[in-house]
Write a new protein. Sequence first.
Length: 357
Amino acid sequence: MKEENLTIVETEQQLASLVNVLNKVKCFGVDTEQHMDYSYYGMTCIIQISVQNSSNDPRSHDFLVDGLALRDHIHILNEPFNNTKILKILHGADQDLIWLQRDFGLYVVNVFDTQVGIELYKEHAGENNEGPDKVSLGGLLDYFCNEPKTKELARSDWRQPIKSWSAVMTHYARLDSHYLVYIFRRIARLLDSLEEPNKALTSKGKTLLHVAWENCQDMTLKMWENHNRSIKDALRKHLRDWRKAKGAPLNELQKSVALAVYQWRDAVGRKEDVNPSIVMSKYNAIGIGEKVGKAILQSTDKTAKPSVISECLRKNGRSIPKDHIDDLINIIASEANKSTKTQKSCYTATGKEPEGN
């Protein structure tokens, strides 16, 4: 990627010029960079936009838009983003579309997600797969463009002014959108290659490319809603990951304790405007649920005594700030005692005592 094919957009005039450029093209690639740590909801810091030089050239001209400096003006990008005649190409678009709505009031229509396209190809190609093995952007870049991509910079602090970035950060940000248009064209050819050998793959006379495009449009209908984070859903997903890693599920008491810790870290995150993972990592929170639940079940009266909880937190909750420790102990005790009462009722009814891990 050549430096002369890069434009940094950080003024209103530069942004207006970008709108003029985008209004004249048939398609462009889009990506975003988020800062997720020191903000409860996160913030979109950078919008990467790439316009391909020609249909046969994988290289593009890249625009890095400073979303923080231009936050109050980025809405003017709605003109090309809302244009149904211009195709917007993203990879793993669902979150990017929501973030653009949330932070800038940008609504994107006529979207093609390269991940959706390559997944549809692999689904129908079967043993005749001539495409990449991986559907991640890194996999597509490696296969189609011979460009390796690392995830190491994904959590970089993108709040910094673009001109202060290292060359490595700039390369990483550009790579996310630089080849998207080219990759789209390559995926389109792969989908087209399946049409002739097997006409049955098409649906109601539609090409597979059109089917892939239709599948992407549902993403554009999703709306960002305040307070859209479901703590229980997040914990449920993380518990599945925990079980895969540890090989053993948590019992109901341990899940209740883990949920209490999740609710606590979420409340602290909201209050201090930081991501809950900064308050406490998900695996540390689940680990506390495991250890506290086990200690309660092993105690004589199976009651969530503050002293039992405090000892477990001392051993397993080193990341907890001292000014929050008492609140967390009380929250865990309250939730655990509710759960143990329920389990004791089940024991009375069934004669089976719940087992600890």
